[in-house]
Write a protein that binds this ligand. Sequence first.
Ligand SMILES: [Fe+2]
Length: 259
Amino acid sequence: MIYIILLLVLVLIIIYGIYTSYSYFQNTCLNCTSNCTSNCTSIKNTDPLRPHHPQWYKNLPENDAQVQQFYKESEKFALTTPKYTVLGYKKIKMPLEVFDYLKKVCSKQSRIKENHKNIFPRSSSGLPPYIIPIDETKKIWLEEQLKPIMEKWANLPLTHIATYGPREYRKTSALRMHVDQETHIISCILNISQEGCKKPWALRVKGHDRITKDIFMEPGDMVLYESRTVMHGRPDPCPCDYYVNIFMHWYPTDDQTIR
Ligand SMILES: [Fe+2]
């Protein structure tokens, strides 16, 4: 009899342990880098598409040598790379069929981690974004849909070089002002969704007129920009629970220096 009671007690302890672990993970803070503390805003992470993804890199302070070098290099490239439009950026609406597809795929695909070890540590702070995987064939379709818009704006033939995302940023994500790598000349950002925003999250740009401005995007908006000559970033921490963008990049087809 005593063994049966001991066995029952053991089973109850195991059930309690499983339950408390489950509750802990369901309520883990999304905007802190380790376990929750009292000053950490808790977000209930009960969505199975959105597993918890703690920050995997260290936040570097602004005066860190790597960060200062990052700014210096970006400013140099912004000034010395050829420019193709007067201002360097423009906000428009994305094609409706593109928006419909992106909204649909983002509503059902599970998020996966993005570990871009060379870029994130010096350019980013706060929680890193997740990737929402989409088919390669659909990426090609997106490129085909958007290329004529980009070519018309830049007024030159373009060759596609890269597509990133969709990326789902989370509360506290931030991105320092920078320019992109040398192959990313004519680019666009498409905003797919925003959830739980306390205020709008600014895309900050420094145009060819050398004036810094904040652009506020709504889902369905698309910002065209020359990403090697326009300093850009989202330096303020993301005030939204979730903020989803996709990024696409082209270079001038006739540019012999890029292959
Ligand atoms: Fe960029």
